[in-house]
Design a protein around this ligand. Structure first.
Ligand SMILES: Cc1cc2nc3c(=O)[nH]c(=O)nc-3n(C[C@H](O)[C@H](O)[C@H](O)COP(=O)(O)OP(=O)(O)OC[C@H]3O[C@@H](n4cnc5c(N)ncnc54)[C@H](O)[C@@H]3O)c2cc1C
Length: 299
């Protein structure tokens, strides 16, 4: 069925658009996410992705949302999948659940340490790194499409950036079909990252992670979590509009339009939008760049 496309066939084309959602914790949030899915699917994206276990959300809700996207909205879905708190039999069980729900793509991650824990600890009979999870999924569910996470500015836990980059290459060699980047706010990071991947002869597609922000807190939190330094342009915008909700949203929309426009003009074609479960900003950004995305629909 067309809505159960393998990620490889989607990324085979030179341009794609996808939307990331997170499973909400409240019933109000659940209502909002389904409204957003309905709106976003009208645009004709190539796939959705649903986070797993991030920010204290439950695994059940991730599966519920990913299944609804696949089976009710008839959209291709990539289910995020972490190593947190799971041993090998549990990983196999979750793979079986995904298969049962018709979800045939995953974003394989190590996951963050559980709240309160300082370091990630390998679960007993489980995995310590995403590369191990990728290899296990490749072996036990070879039909699945697999994406992995990439960090243009480096992963915050590894101070040795070259070593961190080699770990990413290992992850791809273990069987990944593509790399989705962490949100970045200066395109030079993506250009350098793409060049390094080229030099390392990594040929799988690189999906630029574009963060759609509508308030100052969302942005500052990203930098708290990633340990990166906020670029001056972003800092200045937050200082100017941070207290004004409408102005800040407009700033977020214009920031993303400019960022994506520049990336397309430099030859990038794969865009994964962090939607924060909203549809309005994604629509505004893509409509402003309609000329770059002729396959999308805005009626
Ligand atoms: C696009 C994207 C989506 C995400 N979605 C989610 C989500 O849904 N749920 C969630 O909980 N989190 C999510 N995260 C966050 C992610 O789980 C964290 O960033 C986590 O800290 C690292 O995950 P990883 O898969 O990149 O880990 P890995 O690739 O395993 O790397 C983790 C760290 O270990 C190091 N390392 C890797 N292999 C080795 C090795 N063999 N020996 C020594 N060191 C090694 C790396 O350099 C890095 O510092 C997402 C991140 C991104 C970019």
């Amino acid at each position: 069925m067309s809505y159960k496309k393998h990620i490889k066939s989607i990324l085979g084309s030179n341009r794609h658009v996808s939307f990331e959602l997170f499973p909400p914790r409240t019933n109000q949030g659940l209502r909002q996410i389904y409204k957003s899915i309905a709106q976003l699917q009208k645009l004709g994206p190539d796939f959705f992705s649903v986070t797993y276990g991030a920010g204290g959300s439950t695994a059940e809700r991730s599966l519920d949302v990913a299944s609804a996207i696949t089976n009710l909205a008839s959209q291709t879905c990539v289910a995020h999948f972490t190593c947190v708190g799971m041993d090998r039999p549990q990983v196999l069980a979750l793979l079986g659940q995904l298969e049962f729900h018709g979800i045939n793509n995953v974003l394989a991650l190590r996951g963050d340490p559980p709240q309160g824990a300082e370091q990630f600890v390998r679960p007993e009979n489980g995995f310590a790194y995403a590369s191990e999870l990728v290899a296990f999924i490749r072996e036990n569910a070879p039909h699945l499409g697999i994406l992995v996470a990439g960090y243009p500015e480096g992963h915050m836990e590894n101070p040795d950036k070259e070593n961190d980059f080699r770990r990413l290459v290992d992850k791809v060699k273990a069987g990944a079909d593509g790399i989705v980047t962490q949100a970045f706010f200066e395109n030079r990071y993506l250009f350098d990252f793409a060049q390094k991947l080229d030099q390392a002869k990594v040929t799988v597609p690189l999906l630029a992670g574009i963060f759609l922000f509508s308030n100052a807190r969302q942005v500052t939190r990203i930098f708290e979590l990633s340990g990166g330094k906020m670029p001056a342009k972003l800092e200045a915008g937050i200082k100017k509009w941070g207290e004004d909700a409408d102005a800040m949203q407009k700033f977020g929309t214009e920031f993303a339009i400019e960022q994506v426009d520049d990336l397309v003009s430099q030859g990038f074609g794969h865009f994964h939008f962090y939607t924060m479960n909203r549809s309005d900003q994604a629509r505004e950004v893509l409509q402003a760049l309609e000329h770059h995305f002729p396959r999308l629909r805005f009626d």
